[in-house]
Write a protein that binds this ligand. Structure first.
Ligand code: ATP
Ligand code: FE
Ligand code: MG
Length: 335
């Protein structure tokens, strides 16, 4: 089975071809980060325009890498939500045009399901499993009892983990997106600033990062007022330690309580070295639970993950019509 995947939900224009749900035949990502950097974040209108300008070239490069044509495909899978509506619509409409022109089935994919399925490009999934999704717009624990079944058992009540990284980076005058910069600084620093671990009510699997973000901002402002210098490496290390501690603690508790066989890490923040090390260490001590972490290139937005999730939907007989729309607030439990 060859699935052609398309992803345009945010600021990456991406296409990929996946064979049998697990083998990457071609994977092309065109990033717009340079165009958004000077605004300190993604500007929706610019993102849509870039997708329109890039998408045909990205498709051509993907087919060329694979040495295949659209006639060789079994279906077209595309991110139908969540994301920026104007950005989503570029991918959705391109997918519809190709599906119509080549008489191929059309499959709409949930972006976060895609992030989770990036793991299947590395190793087979075994159920039940728990996925910790940490990205620019989401932070949630997703329980899966089988393929295509998603139950959100906890989620952020305010900022997503990636959003907190990006805001803290801005406070430290680091460029957008700030996650990788904080990660790099943290590796060179030590956890010397005492920042809160926000765990919410006992037993809760929800997250909250806005208080931590405010604590970092206050630390910087207080130091400025006293005419003291902060040590960016140490502040980054302290912030990262707080995020990683809470994420690890809740993931371990959820994995044990739900009796899962596997824990999967997913989303852009899964690229974080501190988080990867902490989860590997924690689950390394629990023999009955495997931890799976995708390579960094598959953690941030790409279309290989969309085609991987699309393959499962294809096998389950799920299809979308040519009236498919983009859904900025699509729910993973119902899509
Ligand atoms: P969503 O997937 O929720 O729709 P998104 O697609 O914009 O949001 P991703 O592309 O999955 O998000 O992830 C981008 C986020 O990952 C950014 O917030 C970025 O700062 C963060 N990120 C990337 N690398 C790292 C890293 N090494 N450490 C921490 N954060 C990182
Ligand atoms: Fe994403
Ligand atoms: Mg992105």
């Amino acid at each position: 089975i060859f699935i052609f995947g398309i992803e345009t939900s945010c600021d990456e224009t991406a296409a990929a071809i996946i064979k049998n749900g697990t083998d990457i035949i071609a994977n092309v990502v065109s990033s717009q980060i340079e165009s958004h950097k000077r605004f300190g974040g993604v500007v929706p209108e610019i993102a849509s325009r870039h997708h329109v300008e890039q998408i045909i070239a990205v498709f051509e490069e993907t087919l060329e890498q694979a040495g295949l044509t659209f006639q060789d495909m079994d279906a077209i899978a595309v991110t139908k939500g969540p994301g920026l509506v104007g950005a989503l619509l570029v991918g959705v409409n391109a997918a519809k045009a190709i599906a119509f022109a080549h008489d191929l089935p059309l499959i709409g994919v949930h972006h976060i399901a895609g992030h989770i399925y990036a793991n299947r490009l590395v190793q087979e999934m075994s159920f039940p499993l728990m996925s910790l999704v940490v990205s620019g717009g989401h932070t949630e624990l997703v329980y899966m009892k089988e393929h295509g079944s998603f139950e959100v058992i906890g989620e952020t009540r305010d900022d997503a983990a990636g959003e907190a990284y990006d805001k803290v980076a801005r406070t430290l005058s680091l460029p957008y997106p700030g996650g990788p910069h904080i990660d790099r600084l943290a590796a060179a620093g030590q956890d010397t600033y005492s920042l809160p671990r926000i765990r919410l009510e006992e037993g809760s699997y929800d997250f909250s990062f806005s208080g931590l973000k405010s604590a970092v901002i206050n630390t910087v402002h207080n130091a400025e007022q006293r005419g003291e210098k902060i040590i960016p490496e140490n502040l980054a290390a302290s912030f990262q330690a707080s995020v990683v501690d809470v994420l690890t603690e809740k993931t371990v508790r959820a994995a044990k309580e739900y009796g899962v066989k596997q824990v999967l890490l997913a989303g852009g923040v899964a690229a974080n070295k501190g988080l990867r090390a902490s989860l590997e260490n924690a689950f390394g001590k629990i023999e009955s639970i495997d931890i799976m972490i995708p390579p960094i290139s598959l953690c941030t937005d790409n279309a290989a993950m969309i085609a991987a999730a699309g393959t499962i939907l294809y096998e389950q007989g799920k299809r979308d019509g040519l009236d498919m729309n983009g859904h900025p607030g699509l729910d993973i439990e119902e899509f």
